[in-house]
Write a protein that binds this ligand. Structure first.
Ligand code: FES
Length: 110
């Protein structure tokens, strides 16, 4: 990672990262802030990763990120699927199979 010496360089670095992303590629963002971790977000992350493998997917078709707190801690663990902006609340590890199959594979957001 390059050393960033100014806000302008930071902005350039941000634009470069964004330009390399496929805007249509699904990204699963799991909050791993303190509140969600206390509610089991670590197990949710593990279950989602396992389910991605089980369903024959990989980093070429879906990204997964652990994020900071968006501020809905009492509803955690929080999982957001982009670019569709689908938000799942109070996710449990046993929800992973359905989240991956319906939202990522079948592209259904209901
Ligand atoms: S810690 Fe996850 S929403 Fe706040």
């Amino acid at each position: 990672m390059p050393r960033i010496n100014s806000p302008a360089e930071l902005e350039e670095f941000r634009k470069d990262i964004i330009s390399k992303r496929d805007p249509g590629k699904p990204c699963i963002a799991v909050c791993t802030g303190t509140g969600c971790l206390a509610l089991g977000a670590g197990r949710v992350v593990a279950a989602l990763k396992e389910e991605i493998k089980k369903q024959g997917l990989d980093a070429r078709v879906v990204d997964m990120r652990e994020t900071g707190c968006p501020g809905f801690c009492e509803q955690g663990p929080i999982v957001v699927i982009n670019p569709e902006e689908i938000c799942y609340l109070r996710v449990q590890p046993e929800d992973a199979r359905e989240i991956i199959s319906r939202t990522i594979v079948e592209k259904k957001g209901d």
